[in-house]
Design a binder for this molecule. Structure first.
Ligand SMILES: [Mg+2]
Length: 252
């Protein structure tokens, strides 16, 4: 089947987005928040004469140990990571006090990070165009921030909630991406046929591989990290989220 026939056959009715680094630049805000938190820890334990860069390095090691390795949503909790940083550094804080301190710092982390997030230039144009066309259901599947309400608050703060018909955080399925359960859950919730669904994400292995196995049309958005790499299970590549509108016009 030629590409033209393939595209003619399909009619997209549901578009599902990843959020972080797909609809907005998450990484830059995240990096700033990590420096901020490392600074607070350094100050709190000033007697220990800690180097802020060391705290930051340990935080990132702990983060990478959890991200995209752990499937349990609660392992993405920043209060857990902060607690592990303090334990790893051998600082004198334990039990309830450590629990409360980690939770306070988690709040400071998100309060600092969220206002720094910048939507990509065409994100609102894209979501608005999809919404007003009324042709599509719009969904997102996004990894947990450790608890559903943290991610939902962030989606609201960014003004994105009003565009989505379905918001799935991996707290709903108890399994982080790339677990296939997340897309199965979306199909069940929406009642949509898989061949009418499109998945858009910035991280092919996490966002697209299992969606493709189920039968989603896959779109790799390279806005966050431009690259010349091509991947077999990616149906389409875009370099900016706004290009999605042109791609959909070719479909429907
Ligand atoms: Mg992402």
């Amino acid at each position: 089947m030629g590409l033209f026939d393939f595209m003619k056959k399909k009619c997209i009715r549901l578009i599902c987005f990843d959020l972080d680094n797909t609809l907005y630049d998450y990484s830059s805000a995240e990096a700033e928040a990590e420096v901020h938190i490392a600074g607070i820890i350094k100050e709190k334990f000033s007697k220990d004469k800690l180097d802020q860069e060391v705290i930051l390095r340990i935080f990132n090691e702990i983060k990478h140990h959890h991200m995209h390795h752990d499937l349990e949503p609660e392992k993405f909790s920043r209060s857990l990571w902060i607690r592990e940083v303090i334990e790893h550094l051998g600082l004198k804080m334990t039990g309830k006090i450590l629990d409360n301190y980690s939770k306070t710092l988690e709040r400071k982390y998100w309060d600092f990070l969220t206002p720094k997030i910048q939507l990509f230039p065409d994100t609102l144009y894209t979501l608005n165009s999809l919404k007003i066309s009324s042709r599509y259901k719009i969904a997102c599947i996004t990894d947990s921030d450790g608890a559903k309400e943290i991610k939902i608050d962030r989606i609201r703060a960014l003004g994105l909630d009003k565009y989505f018909d379905f918001i799935i955080t991996t707290d709903d399925t108890k399994k982080n991406k790339p677990s296939v359960e997340n897309w199965e859950y979306l199909l069940k919730m929406s009642g949509q046929k898989v061949q009418e669904c499109m998945m858009v994400g910035d991280h092919p292995e996490v966002d697209l591989l299992n969606a493709k196995k189920l039968g989603f049309v896959t779109v790799w958005s390279k806005e966050h990290i431009p690259t010349t790499i091509h991947i077999k299970y990616v149906d389409y590549e875009i370099t900016g989220i706004g290009q999605l509108i042109g791609l959909l016009k070719r479909y429907n």
